[in-house]
Structure formats: structure tokens, C-alpha cells
Ligand binder design. Sequence first.
Ligand code: SAH
Ligand code: DHB
Ligand code: MG
Length: 221
Amino acid sequence: MSEAVWLRVDHWIEDTLLPPDPALASALAASDAAGLRAINVAPNQGKLLMLLAMIRGARRILEIGTLGGYSTIWLARALPEDGRLVTLEFDPHHAEVARANIAHAGLADRVEVRVGPARTTLAAMIAAGEAPFDFVFIDADKPGNPHYLEAALALSHPGTVIVADNVVRDGRAADPANTDESVVGIRRFMEMVAAEPRLVATAVQTVGSKGYDGFALALVV
Ligand code: SAH
Ligand code: DHB
Ligand code: MG
């Protein structure tokens, strides 16, 4: 099975189940024009995130890692009109591009982009007693994943869904001899999830237009 087949199938899924979406298309075009790397989730993955948040009935969503706001737009569409999404981004340029994309998608009223290192922003949110989130999407720097899991738990309640992107990385995550700091972060994250009695979790491998990777999915009980 080759990457050409994965790509063909992803395009077939998109053509079949995802209608043309001008707001998302222009978000990707603007991100590309602004020089952002195309490491956003794939369209069918973005829609999966939206569906998971809809199934959860999420009213408050936390995203760690905004980039140009592509996954942000998908997730924000799961919210009711009075819902709220807070997304955390280290890079001010990414945040600026994301804010414009989110506004263009008509979601500026319910999305807030907070700029700074996510660890600092999360610590401030916890210290401020910010209300818990119903859905958390972890998709920033991978060495930070163990820390982001702890912060996500601190900002959760029973019923919160936690999704992490990029937990497979072409299979490198399953190689205990790999000492790359991203792989170490992903492996530590998975071990912490497994050891956490508040979490029921699994992970799935994915292939497609974004290559070979995977999602972890956890429910706070
Ligand atoms: N969720 C996005 C992709 C995010 S890419 C989507 O699917 O559309 C990862 C993002 O995390 C990048 O924009 C990067 O600048 C940001 N990031 C990296 N390290 C970070 C940190 N320490 N704190 C906050 N954001 C960080
Ligand atoms: C990278 C980050 C991501 O969130 C992703 O989905 C793909 C790649 C990266 O930092 O290389
Ligand atoms: Mg990712």
C-alpha cells in the first residue's frame, strides 16, 4: 500500500463527505501565503475533531497549538452560539494569521487566541481558576505533551474529552530506542495517560494526506 493510495482515498473521502468550504480553503491559502508550514490536520481529520466535540456537546473547548487556525475553525464550528474556544499559540505571527482566518470564518465572537508559551498561559489559566473545558485538543510542540496533559487534567471535569495529535510520527513513537525529544515527549505522554486513573484512553494510527501518524483519545471519568 503506497502513499499515493492514501492520498487518493483521502481525496475520495473529501470529495464524497466534505462539501467545498470557502472559509477553510481561504484559511489554508492565507496560511500558505503567510509562510506557515502546512502541518494543520487534514480536512477529514478536522471534521473528525468537530464531530467528536459535537458528540461530546462541548460548550468550552481548549486547543493547544493554533498555527493558522485551521483545526480551530473546525472545532469552533462544534460550539453553540454562546460557546467558547480558547486556543494557545507561541508565535505572534501565527496568531495574527489565525485571528484573521477565524474572523473570516465568522467565528471571532466565540474564539480567543492567547499568545505565549502554552506552559505559561496554562499555568496562568489554572492559577486564575478558569472554568473547566469539555474538550481539549493537544497539538503544539511534542516535547511539551506531558506538561500539556497535566494542565489539561487540571482544566477538566468528568466527561472532558482529550485528543492529542501526532502520537505515531511514522511509527517512530513506538521505538523505545528513539531519543528524539518529540518522541520522548509522546511516549511519556502515553505512559502518563495509561497511569492516570481519571482517564480511559486509546490511540489510533492514521494514514492519508498528512502521511502516517495517529491520534490519542481520552475521556476523563
Ligand atoms: N492545530 C493546528 C496545527 C498546530 S501546529 C492545526 O491542525 O491546524 C503547532 C503549533 O504549535 C505551531 O503554530 C507552533 O508555533 C505552536 N507551538 C509550538 N510550541 C509552542 C508552545 N510552547 N506554546 C504554544 N504554542 C506552541
Ligand atoms: C508537526 C507538528 C504537528 O502538529 C503536525 O501535525 C505535524 C508536524 C511538526 O512540528 O513537525
Ligand atoms: Mg498536529
